[in-house]
Design a protein around this ligand. Structure first.
Ligand code: 3PG
Ligand code: MG
Length: 404
């Protein structure tokens, strides 16, 4: 992949940077609840600014649905991000009111060497995510007209074939930013020849989101530890009742197939042995902990239990490579955070013993921070959700192939 060095002397040059600033916002206050992606973007932005470039950042926030032309929606404005980015950089980061219109032109023209500005949410323009190649190319031309070079550093979006990720890289001298390089290098340690024993911990709500990953990892990993909402489809596939827990009936046969393939390939599938249950998702408190093969018909499972936490940690202790994607339970609520904590601690301990550990997926990365773990305890915390999953699936990502 081309690197920033390949762009030559950047002093006085306008550099368009695609960052992933799709951060979670508090619904009531609009405040940023996890700034991990902004912090992760800083090294590349600082490096470009230090090189004297005039840095123009394009990014998206959420999934606004513009119909006809550029349509700003205040709830999806990048204003909170620009403000926070300015604080973190120790300067003011001007935010254009539009994307490629008069405000953007004015903002870019006013940039001094070493200064950083932002364009408003690129998804306010329907061409950004258009399936029509010509529409995306037209937007990419407008973006390219604002800059002399392009740096792709929004790792979280490199799996999207979108104008500001894919098409614009064909319109300007383009390079991968340092975050993208570092993410790809780290994740390749779990997708190529991973050092063994290699354990993968998967959680989160849906099996259907992780089918490709599971299929691919059944040929690479030594152990697959499953928790989170998706575990109930595994338990059901083994013939157990799961009460009112999350269940994807239409995936039971697929999961049965995985269990059989795992057996054939000698991959150990580790499922929880106990489950923390409640009367209902919204019940004020848990109803107790039950054996995983004895979930009462009227109970919902919301976390893996303490024995399972210890079991999972034990299965991680001797590993050399760990990939983790998805929380073990509803960690946003303290009563159901223990399973995720036990796994996170198991990964930290294994890392201290020399394992290379990767935390992927927006939710598990957020869990690490929300639960108070030191990020330094993990080898790599990915900023990518879908992007890191697709790499683990072994897919080619358009935003990376275009930088080859
Ligand atoms: C993410 O949050 O995973 C990335 O920013 C991509 O966002 P998207 O799923 O809306 O394309
Ligand atoms: Mg997403």
């Amino acid at each position: 992949m081309k690197t920033i060095d390949s762009l030559g002397d950047l002093r006085g040059k306008r550099v368009l940077v695609r960052s992933d600033f799709n951060v979670p916002l508090d619904k009531a206050t609009g405040a940023i609840t996890d700034e991990g992606r902004i912090v992760a973007a800083l090294p590349t932005l600082k490096r470009l600014a230090d090189a004297g470039a005039r840095v123009v950042v394009t990014a998206h926030l959420g999934r606004p649905k513009p119909v006809d032309g550029f349509t700003p929606e205040p709830a999806f404005s990048l204003a909170p991000v620009a403000a926070r980015l300015g604080e973190l950089l120790g300067t003011t980061v001007p935010l254009a009111e539009d994307l490629t219109g008069p405000s953007a032109e004015k903002t870019v023209a006013a940039l001094e060497d070493g200064q950083v500005a932002m364009l408003e949410n690129v998804r306010f323009d329907p061409r950004e995510t258009s399936k029509d190649d010509a529409a995306r190319a037209a937007l990419a031309d407008e973006l390219a007209a604002l800059a002399d070079a392009f740096v792709s550093d929004g790792f979280g979006v490199v799996h999207r074939k979108q104008a500001s990720v894919y098409d614009v890289a064909q319109k300007l001298p383009a390079a991968a930013g340092d975050l993208v390089l570092q993410e790809v290098e780290s994740l390749s340690r779990a997708t190529g020849e991973a050092e063994k024993p290699y354990a993968v911990v998967l959680g989160g709500s849906k099996v259907s989101d992780k089918l490709g990953v599971i299929a691919n990892l059944l040929t690479k990993a030594d152990r697959l530890l499953i928790g989170g909402g998706m575990v109930f489809t595994f338990l059901k596939a083994q013939g157990h009742e799961v009460g009112t827990s999350l269940l994807e009936e239409d995936q039971i046969d697929t999961v049965k197939g995985y269990l059989a393939t795992a057996e054939e390939n000698g991959v150990e599938i580790v499922l929880p042995v106990d489950i923390v249950v409640a009367d209902a998702f919204d019940a004020p408190a848990p109803a107790g902990t039950v054996a995983a093969d004895a979930i009462p018909a009227d109970k919902i499972g919301l976390d893996i239990g303490p024995e399972s936490g210890a079991l999972f940690a034990g299965k991680l202790a001797d590993t050399r490579t760990i990939a983790w994607n998805g929380p073990m339970g509803v960690f946003e609520r303290a009563e159901y955070a223990e399973g995720t904590k036990a796994v996170a601690q198991g990964i930290v301990d294994a890392t201290a013993n020399g394992a290379f550990s990767i935390v992927g997926g927006g939710d598990s990365a957020a869990a690490v921070r929300v639960l108070g773990f030191d990020e330094a305890g993990f080898s790599h915390i990915s900023t990518g959700g879908g992007a890191s999953l697709e790499l683990l699936e072994g897919k080619e990502l358009p935003g990376l192939t275009v930088l080859a």
